[in-house]
Design a protein around this ligand. Structure first.
Ligand SMILES: O=C(O)c1cc2cc(O)c(O)cc2[nH]1
Length: 115
């Protein structure tokens, strides 16, 4: 049950969101047991965002949430360049203006109950 929640300061097109969704779907198997088949992608664009006190250039903040615990640090490290490359290539948001927060939780609801 992964969720990739992407916030960006710039507008996006459906084509760009579809491209990111596809790239994130290719990347998520970096986390053991996760696949595109369970991946939810959320996009928020045009978000007022500052980085280092500066809102004059594009910014991104991405939250990656998965059901589970003890995700190896190497899995998160594998995802970072894939997500940042996707944002750079698709939206021209530079990696040095992007943060990613990774979270794994054993408390996850779906289809009327919790896993
Ligand atoms: O993506 C996951 O973390 C995931 C999907 C999935 C489906 C399922 O039926 C389970 O019992 C666990 C589970 N985890």
């Amino acid at each position: 049950m992964p969720v990739i929640h992407t916030h960006v300061s710039i507008p996006t097109t459906k084509e760009q969101r579809d491209t990111l969704k596809n790239l994130f779907g290719q990347a998520i198997p970096a986390v053991p047991g996760k696949s595109e088949g369970w991946l939810m992608c959320m996009f928020e664009d045009n978000v007022p965002m500052y980085f280092g006190g500066d809102d004059s250039a594009p910014v991104a903040y991405v939250e990656v949430n998965v059901f589970g615990s003890n995700v190896p640090t190497s899995a998160w490290k594998n995802l970072t360049p894939q997500i940042m490359d996707a944002l750079q290539d698709t939206l021209e948001i530079p990696a040095d203006r992007t943060y990613i927060r990774y979270t794994a939780t054993p408390d996850w609801g779906w289809n009327g109950s919790n896993f």
